[in-house]
Design a binder for this molecule. Structure first.
Ligand code: FES
Length: 161
């Protein structure tokens, strides 16, 4: 963290956004205690830093889940039922778009066109793309990732023994 701030002059408020971008790059989100350090460093009230962090969609205040599901809301996908795909995912995971499950296994997000319109509707989980996805397939897809997360956990537990 000090290293990030070192790149910027102290008390220089105009650097707030680039500093926040650097922090998010480093941590994947903006931890609250770090925002407090930033406020002190550039000498503006914490509430102002927090206000900027919540105003822009590019910033997130909570860490991402292990698996990030992105539902395309571009026009081609919209025409092919992406709104209902999103609802199916929200129901399956019991969270709303923009949220992370309590066990931190999934984060659900919506995105603009992800450039695969020919296979709309498209969702993407981490690096994997699912084209022409149907509501019926959703539980199966989620289960696969849940199982993988469980396996990882088991491996971790074994290696700790
Ligand atoms: S609109 Fe969804 S991939 Fe283009």
């Amino acid at each position: 963290m000090e290293k990030i701030l070192e790149d910027y002059p102290r008390n220089e408020r105009s650097n707030l956004i680039p500093i926040l971008q650097d922090i998010q790059q480093e941590y994947g989100y903006l931890p609250e205690n770090i925002l407090a350090e930033v406020a002190e460093y550039i000498n503006i009230p914490f509430a102002s830093v927090y206000g900027v962090a919540t105003f822009y969609n590019q910033f997130r205040l909570k860490p991402l889940g292990k698996n990030v599901i992105r539902v395309c809301r571009g026009t081609a996908c919209h025409v092919k039922n992406s709104a209902n795909i999103l609802i199916a995912l929200e129901t399956e995971l019991n969270i709303k778009a923009g949220q992370t499950t309590r066990d931190k296994v999934f984060t659900l997000e919506t995105v603009a066109c992800i450039g695969a319109c020919s296979i709309a509707p498209v969702i993407n989980i981490n690096e994997e793309y699912f084209g022409r996805v149907t509501i019926k397939e959703i539980p199966k897809i989620i289960k696969k990732y849940k199982n993988m997360a469980k396996l990882d956990e088991e491996k971790l537990a074994e290696s700790a023994v």
